[in-house]
Design a binder for this molecule. Structure first.
Ligand SMILES: [Zn+2]
Ligand SMILES: [Zn+2]
Ligand SMILES: [Zn+2]
Ligand SMILES: [Zn+2]
Ligand SMILES: [Zn+2]
Ligand SMILES: [Zn+2]
Length: 124
């Protein structure tokens, strides 16, 4: 299993005798339906709670979620530049990072965004 900064934070919390964050309905993270299960977005990672541990998932490149330069997407003002703190959630897709805008993956590319297809956000 790969580790990430979140896993390190969880380990630090465990060392401090604090219970690690439990993803679940209402935990405060955006929930995404992925291959028939639910994952949670946290700091640009797709976390899948599994038997008390958190696995790292990524949206696979597919016909539904292609990568590459696709027709420009809408959903925010022209000229919006995605990045840390831009107000959109970062989502791992293939081996790059996209941003979640109105249920679609945006990939900043030059002076526009590529549209890398839809993801299903789980409400509630
Ligand atoms: Zn959570
Ligand atoms: Zn998953
Ligand atoms: Zn492009
Ligand atoms: Zn943005
Ligand atoms: Zn993408
Ligand atoms: Zn965009």
């Amino acid at each position: 299993m790969s580790t990430c900064a979140c896993a390190a934070a969880a380990a630090a919390a465990a060392a401090a005798n604090q219970p690690p964050h439990q993803h679940g309905p209402g935990c405060g993270h955006t929930a995404i339906r992925h291959n028939g299960h639910v994952d949670y977005l946290q700091e640009g990672h797709l976390h899948h709670p599994h038997e008390g541990r958190v696995q790292e998932h990524s949206i696979a490149v597919s016909d539904t979620n292609p990568e590459g330069c696709t027709p420009p997407c809408a959903g925010h003002e022209p000229g919006h530049v995605h990045g840390p703190g831009c107000g959109h959630e970062a989502v791992p897709h293939g081996n790059h990072i996209d941003f979640l805008v109105n249920g679609r993956l945006h990939h900043p590319h030059g002076d526009h965004c590529d549209d890398h297809g839809p993801v299903e956000v789980v409400q509630g």
